[in-house]
Design a protein around this ligand. Structure first.
Ligand code: ADP
Ligand code: MG
Length: 687
């Protein structure tokens, strides 16, 4: 956002502006004296409300600056004096511009509509339960603008207080259509007034018919607000940049304690040409070494740079002359360090731009493309090839996931692993775009601390998630360290909420943990079709897990549907009379294969009644785990709905678990995890 002065419009100016966008506001007059106030009140008609007008007083009630229910001239004069006295006592230096006398709106449900600008994601609309206790309720939702009718309707439905709008305990429903229109009008107001930085309509009173704004706080700046840029397809790096024929390591080393040692050791797996560059050696790790890049006889497409930061701009010029396309700058000590580092980084970027070199990093672990055996990092062991792209803002986390993926029992492999570093040139978007175009990649995992170009990110992610799932861990959900805000809208949602809404909008699935990210990414990559609903049927032979299923499902937003009568009737024809006749369908501890298969026959015939079927199994003598697994495998061929296994009971169930994994059927070994993951997977159902 540009640095220019911001100011708060008076309530009167705010009302005038809102009225232009068809947001109803009370009739008002501004009074300068007690007599004025009485005259204005008579003109408007009693009862009236009077409030302080001062640019310095943001929360008028806190300053004793609001008096409601004024019924006579005498009360109006008295109120004028009281308001001015309280305001002066509250803030001695406040400039008092008078007292606003306004029509007293009848009581109604008090809601808040607000707007603010997020530096990365642009205009944010806030809506929820309002009034003076708004921060206490914290019953709000947000949407990123521009938003469509569905976004606004789901926003209204999402808050807890929607129950009150719909009509609670015999009360008549309120005017939801008016509210919907008013939210749309507020969006239009925000979008058309490009100098509005922030606004609150708190409260908007909602009635059985219509409604009325009874406070307006609009903060504007002189200049139009700078909004984040759109995604520019022209900036996308061609795929051949990622497919070098030859790679040089600048700063390659024979000393195992040096970064240049590990980087060159990893590069040695590359099937193309590899060159160590080091002016103190003839040979490094058994390969002929060159004193400089220019001394290398053949062409060099990619370099990995590990030498100290001060040397990097010079090397970048050499890269330019040599025709290098991509430079992976592992070296730290750039803008993350200090102003000198920043200047160094800018110089390096400028040189690279002149030559058309693209930069990974700096201050990063590097880039790994396992299907091509290309590893420019100093990880201790290279990861296996596979179908997950892992893009991380933390180098340490890359090290950790690579380590975990190589541990026993893990079947994880990657198509792309990158630590983004300072993102001086290539950024999240570029690595996502690579993954989207790369045929090896089935799903994408992001570890995100901050995304600078949020709007462009959303545009790109929305496109990618049509074909490949993106799962993201966003760090920074804690309230600690979040800046205090002046307005309600500012304090009601933090930047984490904005990320979550951005993810929802572009179909990125948020997860909290690394194991969760992998499980969900894998599951989403294997889904036959995206989940469009959250309706689950649970089939089990374990009564206890049936009960727990209800608890976990509720926690994670999975809806265990009631079975319609015709289904129960059909199940009754072959299940023993004492089955529970309910969902979860408890087939009892002695459940045979025939019982399970019979239930799936009925479910597959009625597949529009549910979105996912969860089979929960435990160790028992009646039915071996691989037989149970086979039931799921066979039925997965008959329906496109999601079938999920949950085999709780440790190693003795492994044959079943392995069989399911081999057949790409989603399986968990812990019941809560099943519901947690399904909650994440059905994220798309809300879109
Ligand atoms: P604040 O600056 O403290 O937010 P408001 O203008 O919102 O001041 O006034 C505080 C409360 O007084 C509102 O939440 C609302 O309940 C009530 N109020 C304010 N204006 C009116 C009005 N014109 N008609 C009826 N009630 C009002
Ligand atoms: Mg208010």
């Amino acid at each position: 956002m540009s640095v220019n002065t911001t100011k708060m419009l008076s309530e009167a100016d705010g009302y005038d502006l809102l009225r232009q966008f068809n947001v109803p506001a009370p009739a008002f007059e501004i009074a300068q004296t007690p007599d004025d106030a009485a005259k204005a009140a008579t003109k408007i008609g009693y009862p009236v409300v009077m409030k302080i007008v001062s640019p310095q007083i943001i929360h008028k009630s806190d300053a004793g600056g609001v008096i409601v229910g004024i019924k006579t001239d005498a009360e109006a004069k008295d109120a004028f004096n009281k308001i001015v006295t309280s305001a002066k006592a509250y803030e001695a230096s406040a400039e008092i511009k008078g007292v606003i006398v306004e029509e007293m709106a009848k009581p109604g449900l008090e809601l808040i509509i607000g707007g603010k600008i997020d530096p990365a994601f642009g205009r944010v609309l806030t809506f929820g339960l309002g009034g003076t206790l708004v921060e206490f309720y914290k019953d709000v939702g947000i949407r990123l603008l521009p938003c469509d009718d569905d976004d606004i309707r789901s926003l209204i439905h999402q808050i807890k207080a929607y129950t009150l709008i719909r009509g609670y305990r015999g009360q008549a429903p309120l005017d939801e259509e008016f509210l919907f229109q008013t939210l749309k009008n507020a969006c239009a107001f925000f979008e058309k007034n490009d100098n509005v930085v922030e606004f609150d309509i708190n409260p908007l009173r909602l009635y059985e018919k219509g409604g009325c704004a009874v406070d307006a706080r609009v903060i504007v700046q002189d200049e139009p607000v700078d909004l984040p840029a759109h995604y520019d397809p022209a900036k996308i790096v061609p795929l051949d940049y990622y497919k070098p024929r030859s790679v040089a390591v600048i700063g390659a080393s024979d000393d195992p304690t040096k970064m240049g040692y590990a980087v060159f050791r990893n590069i040695l797996q590359f099937p193309g040409k590899v060159y160590p560059v080091n002016n103190k050696r003839d040979e490094i790790q058994g390969v002929k070494c060159y004193p400089t890049l220019s001394a290398i006889p053949g062409h060099v497409d990619m370099v990995a740079i590990t030498v100290p930061a001060q040397l990097v701009p010079g090397i970048m010029s050499e890269c330019g002359l040599k025709g290098v396309k991509m430079a992976v700058v592992i070296t730290a000590g750039f803008k993350e360090m200090d102003e000198d580092g920043r200047a160094l980084e800018n110089r390096m970027v400028e040189i690279a731009k002149n030559y058309g070199i693209r930069i990974v990093g700096p201050n990063c672990l590097g880039l790994i493309l396992p299907p091509f055996k290309l590893d420019t990092t100093y990880v201790s062991t290279s990861p296996l090839p596979g179908d997950i792209a892992f893009i991380s803002q933390s180098g340490a986390i890359v090290n950790a996931v690579v380590g975990i993926s190589l541990s026993e029992g893990s079947e994880m492999g990657y198509s792309e692993v990158v630590s983004v570093g300072n993102q001086c040139d290539l950024d999240f978007l570029d690595y996502m775009s690579y993954a989207a175009r790369d045929p090896h990649t089935k799903s994408i995992i992001l570890y995100v601390e901050e995304i600078k170009n949020g709007v462009a990110f959303m545009e790109m992610a929305k496109e990618i998630t049509q074909t490949k799932p993106i799962v993201a861990i966003k760090a920074g959900s804690s309230k600690r360290g979040q800046a205090a805000a002046a307005s309600h809208t500012g304090s009601l949602s933090g930047s984490f909420d904005v990320y979550m809404e951005a993810f929802r909008k572009c179909g990125v699935v948020p997860v909290k943990t690394l194991p969760g990210a992998f499980q969900v990414a894998k599951a989403l990559g294997d889904l036959k079709k995206p989940l469009t609903g959250r309706r689950a049927v649970v089939i089990t032979n374990a009564g206890g897990f049936a009960v727990l299923s209800n608890d976990y499902a509720e926690t994670w937003g999975i809806e265990i549907v009631d079975l319609p009568k015709h289904i129960i009737d059909e199940l009754n024809t072959f299940l023993p009379p004492f089955w529970n006749k309910n969902n979860p369908i408890d087939l009892l501890g002695d459940a045979t294969e025939a019982r399970f298969r019979g239930v799936f026959d009925v479910l597959c015939k009625n597949e529009d009644l549910w979105d996912m079927a969860i089979l929960v199994n435990f160790p028992n003598k009646v039915l071996a785990p691989d037989r149970v697994a086979q039931i799921l495998i066979d039925n997965a061929k008959r329906t496109d709905n999601l079938l999920v296994g949950t085999f709780v009971g440790g190693d003795c169930l492994k044959p079943g678990v392995d069989l399911l994994k081999k057949n790409n059927i989603l399986v968990f070994e812990e019941l809560e995890f099943t519901y947690r993951a399904l909650g994440h997977l059905s994220w798309t159902a809300d879109r």
